[in-house]
Design a protein around this ligand. Structure first.
Ligand code: P6P
Length: 331
């Protein structure tokens, strides 16, 4: 058989998955396909960021007071335009939009809620470090035709799917819909995402690597300081920190380890956002056999109170997350 016959595109994979559920309508398959298309469009611009005048700040700030890079704005528009007209979505929420994003009245609405960070790690754009798009998918739970804030503020345990696209040395789409984690690598020569990492599992034994920004050591609690000191001394851990969550979590998923964004005295909930960073990544890590905690509770047990709520993050290999919770509790 020619090698190409073993090529499984994301479209074929999604259809094969859909056929496992007689009640499936094909809506989820279409939704993931729309997100994959958006990923290709965003990836094309990210990969040529150094060649055209598209990177660099647009000169205004996003809802978090961060310089909004042109690619952030572009990626946010691409995600919106990929989904708004489909009739699959009840409402949207984005890191780049303070408020809920309603589906225009001219378009039909659907049953899914998509919450996304269109371009996470964008502060790394100008230095050509890997960045990513993160998405979280819920089902609408309110009875109205169009989604509301209540439909977005569901605990991560109720996500029907979650995933990310990593724009790195290659462009990868990784997602889970609750039956394992699957990775697809973009073949630019045919413009298709090809199944390259079926049923991804965190390795056992895991690589002893911790990932945290140690520049903030003095801002941490005593327990956090003791944890990191233990990891690097008695624990014999190595350290890797890219400063781009999708890249750091992707490495942790593949090799094992511990990714942390701890609370700081001035920022007791940490920096990363629950709905479109922590919760989707937590679903992926846990579906691959790992754990995701705030240091005191499972991330996906939290019922959100706001679209841009932040939470501390300890995610990766089970034993390392458990060790973190133990040492933080002992402080
Ligand atoms: P710090 C990137 O700006 C980001 O939102 C995440 O992708 C990343 O994990 C984190 O912030 C890095 O934050 O404070 O270490 O620069």
């Amino acid at each position: 058989m020619p090698p190409e016959s073993h090529v499984v595109t994301i479209s074929r994979f999604l259809i094969d998955e859909e056929r496992k559920y007689p009640e499936a309508t094909g809506a989820f398959t279409s939704l993931l396909s729309d997100i994959a298309l958006a990923a290709k469009v965003i990836g094309r611009e990210v990969n040529k960021a150094g060649l055209v005048d598209i990177f660099g700040a647009v000169g205004h700030e996003n809802v978090h007071g961060e310089d909004q890079q042109k690619l952030d704005v572009f990626a946010n528009q691409v995600m919106y335009r990929a989904l708004d007209h489909t009739g699959l979505v009840a409402c949207l929420a984005s890191e780049e939009s303070e408020e809920l994003i309603s589906i225009p009245a001219k378009f039909p609405a659907g049953e899914y809620v998509v919450i996304y960070d269109p371009l996470d790690g964008s502060s790394n754009i100008d230095v050509n470090v890997s960045i990513g798009t993160i998405f979280s998918i819920h089902r609408k739970i309110t009875s109205g035709a169009r989604g509301t804030l209540e439909d977005c503020l569901q605990p991560g345990s109720r996500q029907v799917a979650a995933g990310y696209i990593l724009y790195g040395s290659s462009t990868m789409l990784v997602y889970t819909s609750g039956t394992g984690v699957h990775g697809f690598t973009l073949d630019p020569s045919i413009g298709e995402f090809i199944l390259s990492h079926p049923d991804m599992r965190m390795p056992e034994p895991p690589k002893k690597v911790y990932s945290v920004n140690e520049a903030y050591f003095t801002r941490w609690s005593r327990g956090q300081q003791l944890l990191v000191s233990h990891l690097k001394n008695e624990g014999g851990f190595g350290s890797r920190y890219i400063g781009s969550m999708v890249a750091d979590v992707h490495r942790t998923l593949l090799q094992g380890g511990l990714f942390m964004y701890p609370p700081e005295r001035a920022q007791p909930e940490g920096k990363l956002r629950l709905l479109y960073e922590a919760a989707p990544m937590a679903m992926i890590i846990e579906q691959a056999g790992g754990r995701a905690s705030t240091g005191t509770q499972d991330i996906n047990d939290i019922t959100p109170t706001g679209l841009h709520q932040r939470v501390p993050i300890y995610m990766g290999s089970k034993e390392f997350v458990a060790l973190s919770e133990e040492m933080l509790a002992a402080e």
